[in-house]
Design a protein around this ligand. Sequence first.
Ligand code: FAD
Length: 366
Amino acid sequence: MTQHLVLAGGGHAHMVSLAHLRDFVELDWRVTVIGPSDYHYYSGMGPGMLGSTYEPDEIRFATRAQVEAQGGIFVRDTIVAVDPKQRRLALASGAQIYYDLVSFNTGSSVQLPEISGDQERIFTVKPIERLYEAREVIATQSTLRPLKVAVVGGGPAGAEISGNLRQLLVESSHPAQVYLYAGHRFMGRFPEAVRDKSRSFLERAGVEIIENGYLQRIEDMRLVFDGEQSEALDFILLATGVHPSPFFKAAGMAVGPDGGLLVNRFLQHVDFPEIFGGGDCISFQEQELDKVGVYAVRENPVLFHNLKAMIQGQPLQAFDPGGDYLLIFNLGQGKGVLRKRWLNLSGRLAFRIKDWIDRKFIEQFQ
Ligand SMILES: Cc1cc2nc3c(=O)[nH]c(=O)nc-3n(C[C@H](O)[C@H](O)[C@H](O)COP(=O)(O)OP(=O)(O)OC[C@H]3O[C@@H](n4cnc5c(N)ncnc54)[C@H](O)[C@@H]3O)c2cc1C
């Protein structure tokens, strides 16, 4: 019987395997790709889509079309459970899919806090598609008073989202107040120069940065912190950090401290050699990796090689995460902040470099 390769999620770490999917088909394997949407959205350009710099079709990959054009099967569904002993995936529709070899790239999601009252005006920053929904609703609001919009999260995602929200509201001529609730310390993980530049761009653009601790819950569109509560808000965007897909832990599989699929240096699960993974959903045993697209992208050639090697009985390749990586934040209104080792650059040039790199990446895989 034909053996079955499943690519579970068509995220950033599967780009090369998806582009060369025909290679697996030519090895006489049946190939199935599972994802909740016919498209995969490039997260690096998500904040820019919120700010209207990009339209959705400029930042997404047509996964279904790419799979079908190469003789693969695309299943639009969401994986909800995995049974590694039976080699079986359970999908939200109730369907079950059996595999001989599987690679997970299902990413991560934002955990919702306890919410009472209205939920319709609360958006999480993942999946990235949600940012377009937020843009459509926020930009078309008509109120006589200024809108009050809060972003929660003091990391790069919170900074990018609040800056681009400001851009959206300025361009749609909406009087609005944008608050960034940045935990205990805005961009606390970053060097002083990056924090100061980012803060000054955002504040000059009209974002009010508030550092009053972690969000506990949301009550009737008010943010509740330790002993404090915000005023009532019109919209809330949550960028409070991401967690890997929950089904590995739920299946009792070996996972890392954050619940990610625990993989060895070959990006292969430590107990099940027929299971691989990449991107935000894994926990790399050798060293902790930041949840950034950079690593997902770097994992591509290794995953592609190793899946083929498993099929052909060839040696596996080890993943080398590499050294420091380039980070550029898009803070809206054409401004960016760039950091690479000792190099810091900010302003329009930083944004232009990011825009160029991101467009090249999209072009390469679109
Ligand atoms: C607002 C924002 C901006 C960011 N900007 C940058 C940046 O500029 N540079 C950078 O390096 N990193 C950035 N990051 C981090 C980056 O988003 C992640 O590290 C990156 O998306 C990880 O890629 P991934 O493929 O693992 O996950 P994802 O991009 O989340 O892709 C996962 C894919 O799997 C699918 N999927 C999800 N769940 C399931 C399921 N249960 N079943 C089947 N399919 C599923 C999804 O639809 C998606 O297509 C940003 C993050 C955010 C939130």
